[in-house]
Ligand binder design. Structure first.
Ligand SMILES: [Cu+2]
Length: 345
């Protein structure tokens, strides 16, 4: 009894560590194991089904193996050669039929779900149409019907099917919102891959790039913000409203450089559209905007914008913006202007 307790005490830290590790798997905004919409739920259902079947197989095979090893072991002094069995009709039929039945149980729902999830809503007038373009290392979201383009933060209503057409501007990436849907690869060569999902619960969900795409792959995060229909409509309108340029001449001058790549308001350009950047959840998808900073990637919008401009290549190594040479005054001024670009919705 004492002895067993001793062993348990030594295992405690390990067990505690595992509990901690596994508890992180439960984040509702991030985990495929806590689905927050019907598509993710179906995918989770398939995971549970296949894990259950595989567990049964492992348990049965191990029990049989252990039984055989013990029951037919060589006993001390026994020098005889065991009976050599060749072919057993009954056993052969059993171990052919059981796997076939298991494959059918696994295969039928899998094929049904996979084909169901491939349904094409890209022509459905009631669905929200989103064109996703993956870039090293950021996400572009275009709403072709509404004429709106944004980056790093996908705003969607909670009452519609979201139809996604995903492509890449450079290398392979993969579009994944673990607790809602995915993954969907974006392939070079003009490929467009389609998927759909629904997000009935309002809230903010974390999205990821799920395909190693370069040094900042792990930082290629995005947010999905699910809002009610009225907020969504307000957001679309706000996103299309004209945006005032900075009053301060020095700031306007510095901003002119930025606008060779970015667009603010109506314009169109290849780098992230910065309209409403002051009211987004993040800067660059990875610096989280918050007023009570806890982690090193957090700060106020102003702090995060300054940090992005001050050390662009440190925040996202290998990014396509690069370090723009700016004075400390310019950094503060431009960041202040951008932080003030807020959308009411
Ligand atoms: Cu990527």
């Amino acid at each position: 009894m004492m002895n067993r307790w001793h062993v348990l005490k030594r295992l405690m830290p390990l067990l505690a560590g595992m509990v901690l590790l596994l508890s992180a798997c439960g984040r509702a905004d991030l985990s495929a194991l806590r689905p927050q919409g019907p598509v993710a739920e179906e995918q989770f259902g398939l995971m549970k089904l296949s894990i259950t079947i595989m567990t049964i197989v492992v348990v049965v095979v191990f029990l049989l193996a252990i039984y055989v090893i013990i029951r037919f072991r060589r006993r001390p002094g026994d020098k005889t050669i065991p009976v050599q069995v060749e072919g057993n009709h009954k056993l052969e039929v059993i171990w052919t039929v059981i796997p076939i039945i298991m494959l059918i149980i696994l295969g039928v729902p899998t094929i049904k779900t996979v084909f169901g999830l491939a349904e094409d809503y890209s022509k459905d007038p009631n669905a929200i149409q989103i064109k996703v373009t993956a870039h090293q290392y950021w996400w572009e979201f275009e709403y072709p019907k509404e004429g709106v383009k944004t980056a790093q933060e996908l705003i969607i209503p909670n009452d519609a099917v979201i139809s996604v057409e995903a492509k890449t501007a450079d290398v392979i990436h993969s579009f994944w919102i673990p607790s809602l849907a995915g993954k969907m690869d974006t392939n070079p060569g003009g490929n467009v891959n389609k998927m759909y999902f629904k997000a009935p619960k309002t809230g903010v969900y974390l999205g990821k790039c799920a395909e190693l795409c370069g040094p900042s792959h792990a930082l290629m995060d995005f947010k999905v913000k699910v809002v009610d229909r009225a907020s969504y409509d307000r957001w679309i309108l706000a996103q299309k409203a004209p945006v005032a340029m900075p009053k301060d001449e020095k700031v306007a001058e510095a901003l002119a450089t930025c606008l060779t790549c970015h667009a603010i308001g109506e314009g169109n350009n290849w780098a992230p559209n910065l309209t409403g950047i002051g009211s987004r959840e993040t800067v660059g998808g990875i610096l989280v905007n918050t007023d009570n900073k806890k982690y090193s990637n957090e700060g106020t919008v102003q702090e995060n914008l300054e940090r992005w401009l001050r050390e662009t290549n440190k925040v996202k190594p290998g990014n396509m913006m690069g370090q723009i040479p700016l004075s400390e005054d310019q950094i503060k001024g431009v960041a202040e202007y951008l932080a003030g670009l807020k959308l009411d919705y």
